[in-house]
Design a protein around this ligand. Structure first.
Ligand SMILES: Nc1ncnc2c1ncn2[C@@H]1O[C@H](COP(=O)(O)OP(=O)(O)OP(=O)(O)O)[C@@H](O)[C@H]1O
Length: 252
């Protein structure tokens, strides 16, 4: 499976006349996890949502700059946003399975994008659930409601749903913050597995989690990236005083 990354050039986002993200340029490598950290309100989620054009849905929100994947600037007006969201999956803070069966949650995306063959859909469902470490727990109840799963299982189902359409990139906005420690550990293990195939960008408030799961970390402050480096460097030898103050808990 070929892996792709993403390059962001000079991205700015404003809500009306209030700028939330200022001139951010970042490179996300394939088969790596990048963590976005920073105090509340610094623009991490706004930035993440721009990467699959979710901010298009917010009235008055403007996004300027370039977001390159596979030689295409996906922030250009010509981009087909539906096929873009197939290539860039999103996992939210709170698990949001469809009110459908476990099977249908996974099959929905591939079917929507053209796979109608039942055997192929069965294979995609099994493969996606296996990759999300959920197959053993669900294989005997695929046609039961997804809402009967625990919160942690629902979040792994949402991850399975996003990988079922074979994305290039997976975006995660605090994917474990609503989960208990055991479910959180499972999500972190899963992220480590998935990075063998995907470029993953994750927003997290949990410094330990950023240190455990990511290869690189970007520290955001007031809408700007103050520092971007290998995760061990950010957490043990940051170059900027603001980064050091944040990771040592002096603010935020
Ligand atoms: N839909 C919106 N409309 C108007 N302003 C918004 C909207 N979403 C976010 N903002 C503003 O943009 C700024 C950045 O918010 P954002 O949610 O991106 O920050 P964050 O770093 O993800 O914060 P948190 O860690 O608390 O989730 C904040 O000032 C916020 O109030």
């Amino acid at each position: 499976m070929q892996a792709f990354g993403m390059t962001v050039n000079d991205l700015s986002v404003a809500y009306g006349d209030r700028t939330a993200v200022k001139n951010v340029s970042l490179d996300f490598a394939p088969k790596q996890v990048t963590a976005l950290i920073g105090p509340s309100g610094c623009g991490k989620s706004t930035f993440l949502r721009s990467l699959n054009r979710m901010n298009d849905l917010i009235a008055g929100c403007t996004v300027t700059g370039e977001i390159w994947i596979r030689d295409q600037n996906i922030n250009s007006p010509e981009t087909d946003v539906v096929s873009l969201r197939q290539r860039i999956g999103m996992v939210w803070q709170r698990p949001n399975p469809f009110h459908k069966s476990i099977y249908e949650n996974i099959a929905f995306g591939p079917r929507y994008h053209g796979t109608k063959n039942k055997k192929q859909l069965d294979e995609i469902v099994e493969e996606s659930l296996r990759k999300a470490a959920l197959w053993d727990e669900t294989k005997d109840r695929l046609h039961n409601s997804a809402l009967a799963l625990s919160g942690g299982q629902q979040q792994r189902l949402c991850i399975a749903r996003s990988i079922a359409v074979k994305p290039d990139i997976i975006l995660m906005d605090e994917p474990a913050s609503a989960l208990d420690p055991v479910s959180t550990a499972k999500i972190e293990e899963l992220i480590a597995e998935l990075k063998q195939d995907y470029c993953i960008v994750i927003v997290t408030h949990n410094m330990h989690q950023a240190a455990r799961v990511s290869d690189k970390t970007a520290f955001f402050l007031s809408g700007e990236v103050v520092e971007y480096d290998l995760t061990p460097t950010i957490f043990t030898n940051p170059q900027r005083r603001e980064t050091n103050d944040y990771i040592t808990g002096r603010f935020g």
